[in-house]
Design a protein around this ligand. Structure first.
Ligand code: NDP
Ligand code: 8X3
Length: 252
């Protein structure tokens, strides 16, 4: 049985990935700030798939919390084969000159610094054991900047750079690094971005069929289950009705 640590498993891509991996050969370490959702996920995985789940309830923006969460792992849970760097968010959609500094800081602290903090703690555990696989959830926004997306796009560009950096730095340690870069995908993402405004969140996907969290979970599962000599480096996935960050085919 393998062990996968998935950050941001309380909803969306992280939760769907947990459920997908639990159907196969994985026990799970699941993380996030919302304990109730983590406990529900644990129960669901245990009942449906008879797999073990260890909960780490912390805020990835705070390095002390990340360090003590990983340090708290019992010995047998430290044998982490897979790290899915998924926790992340967008906040706001404004021109830079109208942006909110608190939103910028939360995005930078979560999407960049959080990824660095946890990878810095988990990669050494993989190195000790002679290998592993890191999956980073980037975005189409990680290679193309759209109007009003400024800081969110910058954090996903950072994820794209860090994915390449990790692939080089961990090369000799037999650690595979896969970046998965989704386009429009309906989860709690837009509700969070628009701070609970359901109409704005819904309008993001108007006139097209967006990706689902399960679509991306399936892609992650595919990358993780290639033979050991194969590394899928970078996969961009969009809805059929989206060419890239700029062009969509909406039926409205
Ligand atoms: P969701 O909002 O559904 O999930 C985001 C997850 O991140 C939640 O589990 C949330 O947990 C966790 N998270 C956010 N902030 C923190 C924090 N400070 N500490 C710990 N966990 C945190 O969105 P998605 O599933 O869509 O997003 C997952 C990833 O996919 C993100 O990195 C996002 O940028 C990326 N992405 C999303 C796309 C989309 O259109 N939906 C497209 C491309 C990429 P909790 O709130 O419980 O802490
Ligand atoms: C999420 C996709 O287009 O909202 O990363 O930036 S987008």
């Amino acid at each position: 049985m393998k062990i996968a640590l998935i950050t941001g498993a309380t909803s969306g891509i992280g939760r769907a990935t947990a459920l997908r991996l639990a159907q196969d050969n994985f026990n799970l370490i699941v993380t996030g700030r919302r304990l109730t959702q983590l406990e529900q996920l644990k129960k669901e995985v245990e009942v449906k798939f008879k797999k073990e789940v260890h909960i780490l309830n912390f805020d990835i923006r705070f390095r002390e919390q990340v360090d003590s969460a990983i340090d708290s792992l019992p010995e047998h849970w430290r044998k982490i084969d897979v790290l899915v760097n998924n926790a992340g968010l967008a906040l706001g959609l404004n021109h830079l000159q109208d942006g909110m500094v608190e939103d910028w800081e939360q995005m930078i602290d979560t999407n960049i610094k959080g990824v660095l903090y946890i990878t810095r703690k988990v990669a050494p555990l993989m190195i000790e054991r002679g290998g592993g696989h890191i999956v980073n959830i980037g975005s189409t926004a990680g290679t193309q900047v759209y109007e009003n997306g400024n800081v969110y796009c910058a954090t996903k560009h950072a994820m794209h750079a860090l994915s390449q950096a990790m692939r080089q730095d961990m090369l000799k340690h037999n650690i595979r690094v896969t970046e998965v870069r989704p386009g429009l995908l309906e989860t709690e993402f837009s509700l969070v971005r628009f701070k609970g405004d359901k109409k704005k969140a819904k309008d993001t996907y108007a006139g097209l069929t967006p990706l689902s969290a399960e679509d991306i979970a399936e892609v992650i599962y595919f990358a993780l289950t290639r033979p050991p000599h194969v590394c899928i480096n970078d996969i961009e996935v969009t809805p059929t009705a989206q060419a890239n960050s700029y062009y969509t085919n909406r039926k409205v």
